[in-house]
Design a binder for this molecule. Structure first.
Ligand SMILES: Cc1ncc(COP(=O)(O)O)c(C=O)c1O
Length: 487
C-alpha cells in the first residue's frame, strides 16, 4: 500500500530539526486556534490551556496503573470522579473511574452490563442492548468487542429516542437500554426518565451517554434554559459517561465512567491472581494510564469550578443562539430538531448541503458531514464566541456558491487530497460497478473528485452498504499507512 519504507534514523536528529519537521508537518492541520474547527478541539482560552499543559507536564512521566506508587494520581482520579458524580446527582453513592475518552467509558459501561448479566441473569447466553439509531458508534464498537448484540431503533421526528419502539425491541436477552444527553448527530437529549423507567420495569440496566452533555447541561439548566432530566436524579439510570476533554475543557485523554453504586462498578473491574509477574488489577481498558491527562483534568476542574463552567456555558449558549438564529434565517437552511444545548445539525431543503460544506471547507471551516438526513455538524464551544458572525457570513456565501458554480472556490489543498485519496481506492474495488455514474459525478483531472460532495453522491450511489464498509476500511488502512506525501 505504500511506496515508501520508513525506518529509525541511523543517527538521531537534533532537537531543532525535529521541532522544525513537526512544525512543517502541521501545515495542513485544521485551524482550531481561529475557532474554525468543530467537535475535535474544545478551547476555553489560553489561561485554561496553559494550566492544563503545566499540570500535564508536571505529571508527564507518572503512571496511573499503580495507585500505590502514585498516591497523587489516585487522589486526583478519585476527586475528579467524585466532583463529576456530585454534579450529576451521584453524591454519596456513585462510583467510577477516569478513562481515556468517551469511547473507553462506553466500552466500560457495556462490559459492566454484560458482566452484571452474567452474574445476575445467568440464563442470558446472548446478551443484547437496545439503543437509538443516534447513539454513538462506540456502542457498536463495544458490541463488536464484547459480544453484545446492538439492537438499533430509529429515532422519532425530533431525533429523540422512540421509547415505545425501544420498548418493543427489548426482549428476554436485553441487558442494557441506552440513551444520550445529548446525541452527537442532532444534539437531541433522549427521554431519559422514560428509558430508565423501561429498564427498571424489565429489571435491567440503563446507560446515559452524557459524554458531550455531562459537563454542560447541569450549567445550562442553572442558567435557566429548559434541560430534560438525564442524570442519577432519574431513578433507573445505572451508569453515565462524561467526557472531560470535551465541555470539561481538560486535556485530551480524559473522561469519566460513573455507576450508580460501587456494586455496579465492580462488574467493570479486572483482576488476575495467577500471573508469575504478580497480582494484577486494572480498573479500565488500558494498562498504563497517562498521569498527565488525569492531573490536567483535576487541575482544570478545580481552576474553573462551578463559577467558571457557568460563565463558559453562558457564553456558549449565547453564541449558539446567534448561530442557530442566523442559520435558520438563511434561505433553505435549517437546524434539525430542537437541540437544548450547543450541538446542532444544519440541513438544506433547497441545496446540496455537501456542496455548501465544500464551500465552507474552501473558506477554512472544518464541519463534519452527516447522513440520514444529509447535514453538516456543529459542536459550538467557547472558542467560537468570536467567530459566529464570520461563520454566518461565510455560510451565506457558501449557499450562494452552491447554487452558482461560477462563485465556487476550489477546496483547500488538504481536503482535496483527502477526497482524492479516498477516490483513488475506488477503481480497484468498486468503480467497475459504477462506471458512467462515477465519471458524471466526479469531474476534475484523472476523473477523480475534487470535492467531497461528489464523493458523498458516489457513496450514496453504491449498490449496497457492505461495499461502502469495505471502502471505508480500505480508507482507514490508507490513513494508517505511510503515504506518498509523508517524509
Ligand atoms: C455523544 C458522544 N458519545 C461518545 C463519544 C466518543 O468520545 P471519544 O471520541 O472521546 O471517544 C462522542 C464523541 O464525539 C460523542 O459525541
Amino acid at each position: 500500500m505504500t511506496d515508501k519504507l520508513i525506518s529509525l534514523p541511523k543517527h538521531g536528529l537534533s532537537r531543532p530539526d525535529i521541532l522544525a519537521k513537526m512544525d512543517a508537518a502541521r501545515t495542513h492541520d485544521v485551524r482550531w486556534r481561529q475557532g474554525q474547527v468543530f467537535s475535535l478541539v474544545f478551547d476555553a482560552g489560553d489561561e485554561v490551556n496553559d494550566l492544563a499543559k503545566a499540570a500535564y507536564i508536571t505529571f508527564f512521566s507518572e503512571n496511573g496503573l499503580n495507585p500505590t506508587a502514585f498516591p497523587s494520581l489516585r487522589r486526583f482520579e478519585t476527586e475528579v470522579v467524585a466532583m463529576v458524580g456530585a454534579l450529576l446527582g451521584g453524591a454519596g453513592h456513585s462510583a467510577g473511574n477516569m478513562t481515556t475518552g468517551g469511547t473507553e467509558s462506553i466500552l466500560m459501561a457495556v462490559l459492566a452490563a454484560r458482566e452484571w448479566a452474567r452474574a445476575e441473569r445467568p440464563k442470558i447466553i446472548h446478551p443484547e442492548m437496545v439503543l437509538p439509531s443516534s447513539a454513538h458508534p462506540a456502542f457498536d464498537k463495544a458490541a463488536h468487542y464484547f459480544g453484545v448484540k446492538a439492537v438499533r431503533v430509529p429515532v422519532d421526528g425530533d431525533f429523540r429516542a422512540d421509547v415505545e419502539a425501544m420498548r418493543r425491541a427489548v426482549n428476554l436477552d436485553t441487558v442494557l437500554v441506552v440513551g444520550s444527553a445529548p446525541s452527537y448527530p442532532q444534539g437531541a437529549v433522549d427521554p431519559i426518565p422514560e428509558l430508565a423507567s423501561l429498564a427498571q420495569q424489565r429489571g435491567i440496566l440503563c446507560h446515559v451517554d452524557a459524554c458531550v452533555g455531562g459537563m454542560m447541561l447541569p450549567f445550562v439548566r442553572r442558567l435557566g434554559y429548559p434541560v430534560p432530566l438525564f442524570d442519577f436524579s432519574v431513578p433507573g439510570v445505572t451508569s453515565l459517561s462524561v467526557d472531560l476533554h470535551k465541555y470539561g475543557y481538560a486535556a485530551k485523554g480524559a473522561s469519566v465512567i460513573l455507576y450508580r453504586n460501587a456494586a455496579l462498578r465492580r462488574h467493570q473491574l479486572f483482576a488476575t491472581t495467577d500471573w508469575p509477574g504478580g497480582i494484577y488489577v486494572s480498573p479500565t481498558m488500558t494498562g498504563t494510564r497517562p498521569g498527565g491527562a488525569i492531573a490536567a483534568a483535576w487541575a482544570v476542574l478545580n481552576f474553573l469550578g462551578e463559577e467558571g463552567y457557568l460563565r463558559i456555558a453562558r457564553t456558549v449558549m449565547q453564541t449558539t443562539a446567534r448561530m442557530r438564529d442566523g442559520i435558520n434565517a438563511l434561505d433553505g437552511l435549517r437546524v434539525l430538531g430542537q437541540p437544548p444545548m450547543s450541538v446542532l445539525a444544519i440541513a438544506s431543503d433547497k441545496d446540496n448541503i455537501y456542496e455548501i460544506g465544500d464551500e465552507m471547507s474552501a473558506r477554512g471551516w472544518h464541519l463534519d458531514r452527516q447522513q440520514f438526513p444529509p447535514s453538516l455538524h456543529l459542536t459550538v464551544n467557547y472558542a467560537h464566541r468570536t467567530v459566529a458572525d464570520r461563520f454566518l457570513l461565510d455560510l451565506a456565501q457558501s449557499v450562494l456558491a452552491a447554487r452558482q458554480p461560477s462563485l465556487r472556490r476550489s477546496g483547500n489543498e488538504f481536503a482535496v487530497k483527502a477526497t482524492r485519496t479516498a477516490a483513488r481506492l475506488l477503481p480497484d474495488r468498486l468503480l467497475s460497478r459504477m462506471t458512467g455514474r462515477a465519471s458524471a459525478l466526479f469531474g476534475g483531472d484523472e476523473g477523480l473528485p475534487q470535492r467531497s460532495a461528489a464523493m458523498y453522491g458516489m457513496m450514496g450511489a453504491l449498490p449496497n452498504r457492505g461495499d461502502l464498509r469495505e471502502l471505508v476500511l480500505d480508507l482507514l488502512e490508507s490513513f494508517t499507512t505511510v503515504g506518498e506525501g509523508d517524509s
